[in-house]
Design a protein around this ligand. Structure first.
Ligand code: PLP
Length: 436
């Protein structure tokens, strides 16, 4: 019989580390990674046939839960008509219209044009190229602990797998390229002002996660995103809002929408999307002002292309997902996240484990320290060794959490009351394991 161990051993013989994305290897929690054969609603099933309640949700895309019948049917219909054409399709226009339409609050639009790509990495890479093309400048500001994909210029102190593996960045990135990225502490206005003062006329853009979710959740201080837009503009630079993770997950118009609904009034120059926009298929996008997006070829001098960009199956999954993601879906995800995060807080408190929970909309994470986490330095300053026993106790109880303390927990609309109760029931024993 195939077990997770035999599956991993076989994989390691042909795939580096047995995985196609590092955090899947369980490096920071130890033990054998699950080898998944199927998923449905809030559950995944491993090669042994065991089911787990899943709080990874494919690292975000599965907003509706896994294999939503209407999304699967849309993909099946599209597949029957052809897998890829390398030509324009009506579906990609429909998806762009849908996204532009959703990115409005009180009649104020966040974006005017949208270009589809296949991964979040491509989206941020292209957004940066547009910003450099538009400004004629080279330097980029990013924040420590923010992850924007694995392109050369964006890996320094970047959270996600880099945080999980305790790496400063990546080998293979030329110093000249890394040197064009200024890495600043998050939520630090003075550092942003000092960077612009130190590099006059050289900074093309600030790129920021709309709310940080790759070093655990890093909530932007009130007004911080608006400050970034204003400061960038005051210095002739642009603001790239990375909503690859938060977009269409924390609300119908992403984190930007949540802030606008709470009374803010700022507009980023460019926004990147990924994950939920493709409903579990490889699809991502760059949106923004018309004058910026029309710098892209074939209209302008900034080059970007992709054999599979706007792939019809991915587009079909994206359209079906966004059409289904109505207010009731967000209310359900919010309610499930609120119930699980408060039960987590309670269980760790009862077990006497120092902890703090960060929440950005329906995204949340735990850090094993007793003071709030505002930036990457805080996130790293915790008793991270408490997470592996906690994680494995939950797994033993049939709940699959993200295999790193530096990742957010993802609830979905398929996590109904009964599923949430089962997660909550597993928490006290796991908190006990974290205490010892
Ligand atoms: N930006 C953010 C905020 C992300 O969370 C991620 C992935 O986790 C990316 C970009 C990169 O997206 P992808 O993994 O699709 O390349």
């Amino acid at each position: 019989m195939t077990t997770n161990e035999t599956a991993a051993t076989r994989a390691r013989a042909v795939i580096p580390g047995g995985v196609n994305s590092p955090v899947r290897a369980f490096g920071s929690v130890g033990g054998t990674p699950l080898s998944i054969v199927s998923a449905s609603g809030p559950r995944v099933r491993d090669v042994t046939g065991r089911d787990y309640i899943d709080l990874v949700a494919s690292w975000g895309p599965a907003l509706l839960g896994h294999a939503h019948p209407e999304v699967v049917a849309a993909v099946q219909d599209a597949a029957a008509r052809g897998l890829s054409f390398g030509a324009s399709t009506p579906g990609e226009t429909e998806l762009a219209e849908l996204v532009i339409d959703r990115l409005q609050v009180d009649g104020r639009a966040a974006i005017e044009r949208l270009r589809l790509v296949s991964t979040g990495t491509e989206a941020t890479m292209t957004a940066i190229r547009i910003a450099r093309g538009a400004t004629g400048r080279d330097v980029i500001i990013k924040f420590a602990g923010h992850y924007h994909g694995h392109s050369d210029g964006l890996l320094a102190e970047s959270g996600s797998g880099i945080a999980t593996l305790g790496l400063p960045g990546s080998a293979g990135v030329p110093a000249e390229i890394a040197g064009l990225t200024l890495v600043l502490p998050y939520n630090d206005r003075a550092a942003v002002e000092a960077a612009f003062a130190a590099h006059p006329g050289r900074i093309a853009a600030i790129i920021t996660e709309a709310a940080g979710a790759n070093a655990g959740v890093l909530v932007p201080d009130p007004g911080f995103n608006a400050f970034l837009v204003d400061t960038a503009h005051a210095h002739g630079a642009l603001l790239i809002l990375d909503e690859v993770l938060t977009g269409f997950r924390v609300g119908p118009a992403g984190w930007w929408g949540l802030e606008q609904r709470a009374g803010a009034a700022w507009t980023p120059d460019l926004i990147t999307f990924g994950k939920v926009i493709g409903g579990g298929m490889p699809l991502a996008a760059i949106g923004g002002r018309r004058d910026l997006l029309e710098l892209l070829a074939p209209l302008g001098p900034v080059y970007q292309a992709g054999t599979l960009s706007g792939n019809p199956l991915a587009v079909a999954a994206g359209i079906a997902t966004l059409r289904l993601a109505d207010d009731a879906v967000y209310r359900r995800v919010d309610a499930a996240a609120a119930a699980v995060s408060s039960a987590l807080d309670e269980a760790l408190g009862a077990a006497g484990v120092a902890h703090t929970i960060s929440r950005a909309g329906s995204l949340f994470s735990v850090a094993f320290r007793d003071t709030p986490v505002r930036d990457y330095a805080d996130a790293k300053d915790q008793d991270a060794w408490r997470y592996p026993p906690f994680f494995h106790a939950m797994l033993e109880a049939g709940v699959s959490l993200p295999p790193s303390v530096f990742e957010a927990w993802f609830l979905t609309a398929a996590h109904d009351d009964e599923t949430v109760e089962r997660i909550i029931a597993a928490l006290p024993a796991a908190a006990g394991a974290a205490a010892s």
